[in-house]
Design a protein around this ligand. Structure first.
Ligand SMILES: Nc1ncnc2c1ncn2[C@@H]1O[C@H](COP(=O)(O)OP(=O)(O)OP(=O)(O)O)[C@@H](O)[C@H]1O
Ligand SMILES: [Mg+2]
Length: 333
């Protein structure tokens, strides 16, 4: 469905360049739910917005291509950003979408705007489609005439999902769709994504900083760190047997019901500044397993249906055992 090849996106300011996304590649198949996970500031939103073609003007495509079903929708060579597919085939639920509903318009008016202006619906068919969409996301159709402030946070998120689905897209990219919701509502929204994926055979990219969200719902995951995808593969493998020390650290930072540890292990320090990212491995200054080789950039290794950039994949069993101990991470920074 979607193929991102060697994409680099730089924010160019007067006296700085932020290398927010660096040489990122990923694939999304029909009906697949792919998670993109990583800490704040590692480039998740920039990557998601590039696929949708809605990055701000200061974001320059430094390299790469994006294909939607073999159609090129982005190309760094001729600075092409093809927006023909926007909303119709690829829809986007931006970060904090539920807070971006217009407070002075009724929901039905905001739905009509998408359906009539972008989807060429008549007013009558827009209203019918709005009712269908509310039904699909589990809100009573008589709430369509309400204003956004009359909805709870979870309901506003459902409205944002309904709007994204308005023109029957094949891909939905959702940026942090459950952040700021309580855990029960989070689960309801995640279940809704799963139900929609099954019912509509949707392909979904779900951006999150929360590994437990990925564990709950995704089939495949791409782990982002400092603008790069450091590890990607099936969720079960990545959670149970990660290769990359950053993934090991991320997995430690969320509670595991089967673990006997009564503590969570933090990764000390913060991600590097993306104006001048470190040479070699970008995680090395926070990595308890750094060796001299990490001064040079690791190759991207393919291991079955997984990919990882780390020099120490051969030591996986040893590193994984050590990574579960708090003392391993305490010595860092
Ligand atoms: N418009 C902009 N101009 C300059 N730098 C930007 C701009 N937007 C984002 N950045 C920088 O690009 C990097 C990646 O930001 P991005 O928003 O993509 O991260 P993120 O992973 O989505 O973070 P979060 O989890 O906090 O949403 C950060 O260093 C950020 O400061
Ligand atoms: Mg973001």
């Amino acid at each position: 469905m979607l193929q991102v090849k060697n994409l680099s996106i730089h924010y160019v300011g007067k006296d700085y360049v932020v290398k927010a996304v660096d040489n990122v590649s990923l694939n999304l198949s029909k009906g697949e739910l792919l998670g993109i996970v990583g800490e704040s500031g590692c480039g998740k939103t920039t990557l998601a917005r590039s696929i949708m073609g809605v990055n701000p003007q200061s974001a320059k495509i430094a390299s790469g291509e994006i294909f939607f079903q073999d159609n090129k929708i982005l190309d760094s060579e001729d600075n092409l950003v093809n927006l023909d597919y926007k909303w119709k085939d690829i829809a986007f639920i931006p970060q904090s979408a539920m807070n971006s509903l217009d407070p002075v318009y009724r929901i039905i008016d905001q739905m009509r705007e998408i359906l009539i202006i972008r989807g060429n619906h008549s007013k009558k068919s827009a209203d019918k489609r709005s009712e269908e969409l509310f039904n699909l996301v589990g809100i009573e159709k008589n709430r369509l005439r309400d204003f956004p402030h009359q909805f709870s946070g979870g309901m506003k998120q459902r409205v944002a999902i309904a709007m994204a689905l308005a023109l029957e897209p094949q891909i939905v990219i959702a940026d942090e769709p459950v952040t700021a919701l309580d855990v029960i509502v989070q689960r309801q929204i995640l279940d809704l994504f799963n139900e929609l994926r099954n019912k509509l055979n949707l392909s979904i990219i779900l951006v999150t900083h929360d590994v437990s969200v990925v564990a709950y719902i995704c089939q495949k995951v791409a782990v982002m760190y400092a603008g790069e995808i450091v590890e990607t593969g099936p969720v079960k493998d990545i959670l149970e047997k990660p290769f990359h020390p950053y993934t090991m650290g991320l997995n430690n930072a969320f509670p595991d019901l089967h673990s006997t540890n009564d503590f969570l292990v933090p990764i000390n320090g913060t991600p590097p500044n993306l104006i001048s990212p470190p040479t070699g491995c970008r995680f090395k200054s926070r990595c308890p397993f750094e060796v001299s080789k990490c001064e040079t950039k690791p190759d991207r290794l393919k291991i079955n249906d997984r990919e990882v950039i780390c020099w120490r994949t051969n030591d996986q069993t040893d590193l994984l055992a050590k990574s579960k101990k708090i003392e391993t991470w305490e010595s860092q920074e």
